[in-house]
Design a protein around this ligand. Structure first.
Ligand code: SAH
Length: 380
């Protein structure tokens, strides 16, 4: 299946996404509408603040799909917004539910034809959404499917938020397909920035999105329910420590020494393991927040008992949790997943050394729900 662009980049027919607007920008958009009230001198009278609040409520609390639903707005305003703006900048082009009915993966197409993935995972009490921050990725991790095509472009803040609203609409409406093993209406409870892209390489837009997702007049999700995962761009970890929001930090470590890590995660050449761990210590000193280290276990590469011991040495005294991830095998890759037995052996060494450790349950392998795989499957 080839991805066919809907419109060309920069095409004037692409309507402006209201999800890219701050409350002030939303006000400007509304005031610029031809239907807006004019004073005698022809200047816009200015929309009342409560109208802007109503529109935000429709978008972020009632998850409106269209302006028609916004029944407490004057018809002229609804028509004006519908003619020039959009609430749905992402079009779902592929949707797959896992056999167990607990994982839904969606491939979205953006107005310029680029595609990104997001995955909804249902747990007992949580409904966790894994979203993308970039189309493609520039980091080049050698075991990752997203790395294969390189970076296409950054997502806008609105495109990041749009992924969340798509699933919020789905979860709030029992009539919306496809079917999953979940009682609806319900809502998104957790968001992880672990889809395509490196969130710290698109820092500004990612944080604009996080602010809108946590704002009381936005999606209003608690910051503690959001996790940002990074390859470890040190200056950005320091910057995140100053954001003043309790968003969780996860660092994709994958190896305890820099020789090995640089082969798996190329940015490690510029930001070596020991410097990275020093930045994590600074982050914890400032925020008092526990940090997660992700470690994808690859057979014969980074899964030996000796490396588990080295990892435990490196993490001593750091307020952290280790998430061991069985590798998602990707086609034609030299890397294979570690066996369950060796995964447990690795976990046991960390646990014996007093490091809080869990093995992440694999989800949705048969629907290509790992790490850029759906996009690659769709392009072949
Ligand atoms: N760029 C960010 C976030 C996206 S990737 C980061 O690197 O953290 C989210 C996680 O999936 C990272 O820990 C990444 O290393 C891991 N990952 C990538 N490809 C994988 C694969 N094939 N199997 C298991 N985990 C993978």
């Amino acid at each position: 299946m080839k991805t066919i662009p809907l419109t060309l980049p920069g095409d004037a027919s692409i309507s402006r996404s209201l999800l890219d607007c701050s409350p002030q920008e939303l006000t400007d958009v509304v005031n610029a509408l031809p239907a807006g009230k004019k004073r005698a001198n022809g200047k816009a009278a200015g929309v009342p603040a409560y109208r802007i609040r109503q529109i935000q409520e429709w978008i972020y609390k009632k998850y409106a799909r269209s302006f028609d639903e916004m029944t407490n707005l004057p018809q002229a305003l609804r028509d004006g917004l519908a003619a020039t703006t959009t609430l749905t900048p992402l079009k779902p082009v592929t949707q797959r539910v896992s056999k167990a009915g607990d994982t839904l993966k969606v491939l979205f197409q953006m107005p310029d034809g680029e595609t990104v993935e997001a995955v909804l995972m249902l747990y007992n009490r949580r409904r966790t959404l894994c979203i993308s921050s970039q189309a493609g990725c520039a980091m080049g991790c050698t075991f990752c499917a997203t790395a294969l095509g390189g970076l296409r472009r950054n997502l806008t803040a609105g495109e990041i938020v749009a992924q969340v609203l798509f699933f919020a609409r789905y979860l709030s409406d029992a009539a919306e397909g496809p079917k999953m093993r979940v009682k609806r209406p319900t809502t998104v409870t957790n968001i992880v920035l672990m889809g395509m892209g490196e969130p710290m390489h698109n820092y500004k837009n990612v944080w604009t999105a996080i602010r809108r997702l946590t704002a009381a007049d936005g999606f209003a999700l608690g910051a503690r329910h959001i996790t940002l995962s990074t390859v470890g761009l040190i200056p950005m970890i320091d910057r995140m420590a100053d954001e003043g929001l309790q968003v969780n930090l996860a660092v994709s470590l994958h190896a305890p020494n820099n020789d090995l890590r640089s082969k798996l995660v190329p940015p490690s050449r510029r930001y070596p393991v020991d410097d990275l761990l020093a930045s994590v210590r600074r982050y914890i000193a400032k925020t008092n927040r526990r940090v997660t280290f992700e470690y994808a276990l690859m057979r014969g590469t980074n899964d030996s008992p000796a490396l588990a011991e080295d990892l435990a040495d490196k993490l001593q005294g750091i307020l952290c949790h280790v998430n061991l991830i069985p590798l998602n095998p990707i086609p034609d890759s030299p890397f294979q997943p570690t066996s369950d037995k060796d995964t447990q052996r690795f976990a046991n060494i960390l646990l014996a050394r007093g490091i809080s450790t869990t093995v992440r349950i694999r989800r949705g392998i048969e629907i290509d729900a790992g790490c850029g795989q759906l996009r690659n499957a769709a392009a072949s």
